[in-house]
Design a protein around this ligand. Sequence first.
Ligand code: ADP
Ligand code: GLC
Length: 520
Amino acid sequence: MNILFATSEAAPFAKTGGLADVCSALPDSLSQLGHNVSIILPAYSQIYSAGLAIESTGKELVIPVGTKTVRGELLYSHLPDSRVTVYFVRHDDYYHRDGLYNSGGVDYPDNCERFVFFCRSVLESIRLLNLPVDLIHANDWQTGLVPAYLNILYKSKSPHKIESTLFADASEENIMSPQQLEHAHQYYDAIHTVFTIHNMRHQGRFWRWDMALTGIDWRYFTFDRMEFYNQLNLLKTGIIFSDAVTTVSPRYAQEIQTEGFGEKLQGVLRYRSDVLSGILNGIDVTHWNPETDVFLDEPYARYNTQTVFENKPKCKRALQKEFGLPELPEVPLFGIVSRFDSQKGLDLVAEIMPHFVEQYGAQLVVLGTGDHALEQRFSDLNKLFPQNISTHLTFSDAASHHVEAGCDLFFMPSRYEPCGLNQMYSHRYGTLPLVRETGGLADTVINASDETMANGTANGFSFFWGNPDDLAKATQWALYCYHHRKPEWRKMVTTAMEQDWSWNRSALRYYELYKKCLES
Ligand code: ADP
Ligand code: GLC
């Protein structure tokens, strides 16, 4: 199958969160199954820091954006150690900036225009590169216009199509002539689309007049298509115009059809429930492997299920040292690696931690950046308890691996979590995740109870209600198990490490879904 991934992020080129991990590991996995897979993303300034050769395809993009004609260029590279080609849409005014979507926490005012240009370029690149494509897999709001363009402007027939006048008066060079269009239909008519929602909170909502930038007829600006409370909504657009919609865990697919999680799109999601399903993310088990991890040179140590109890304590000591905490082997060490965002529920940790420091001498290492109030809160805790809490407000791949390897427990008390990757990384490193039972966390973490510890299925700790009391109870129980249920703890560590979260199974499920789309 010929698959094109349209995404705003792909590791190692551009990353702000898990989207990047998924949009490189999944394409790679599908390619290993024998499919012909490419990725396309914007040429942010970040992409040049990956240290990989990036070259021009020699193809120029000529894209209508509102009343303007905007020119760009297509670049290409490859995913490391993979057959997957990565294309980049280059337009330096749009993408060569400090951040991907914002600067200093403020969204770029032209975000709509930036992603109009990108989405239209995705469609144009197929024609320009003569790329065989059976299916486009689009991800999150940044690519929501891709299925809309395909169905409205590029296909000769589509159930979504309202009679369009756009091409009828095509006269400028930026719009295809009728002959070109005829030819283009050959490329586009057979293409299907899957749209994956990685996060309902971020919807790409813009003021209504940005609709004019899209070049899509105003007749599509209705409540059952692109309009949302008088705004243009690009996530909703993706949900409406795709052949299939997925979320990154089965539980999240259910949750978002309810008011508590649907972010006001629950009605739209219920309307599309016949094509909505959840496929659990996998993790890149090569990059996240405690036995071969490039970041675990001395004083850290590499380990597997045989050597974990000998070598993980070395990692703990190294981590305590790196974060400037007393090197105490018996004290329970908690970790956090996260975007600082209200989604992640880290304010709950900040609230309960003083108690666990004062009563139990627990330690906590925090690695994260984002929300300024949260950054301040964890810096203050660091100052208040320098012997127990250490906060590093940076984004560091190396440190994130160190935290996973060195901690005993990993906090993820998320208010909602479409999937979450760190709990699976934690499993692989024998670090027990302590999570809120929601989304992908609920699908991957089996709470330690007398029963699950006895039958050997427990692989972490979880709690249901998102309040400090519930988190504190779960933390108390985890500490009790750490000190007083040592054999069961060790069993949980190896059970966690043996969990298979590789992409193999999920990549197959995506393939089955693609096949279903193509057959429909
Ligand atoms: P989300 O995408 O919502 O941020 P995920 O758990 O899916 O959550 O993925 C987060 C990814 O970002 C993980 O790979 C995690 O290790 C990484 N990450 C988050 N914050 C940092 C940081 N400060 N330093 C290094 N990696 C980070
Ligand atoms: C989003 C979600 C996260 C998920 C990631 C990758 O950023 O917040 O839960 O793991 O996307 O799908």
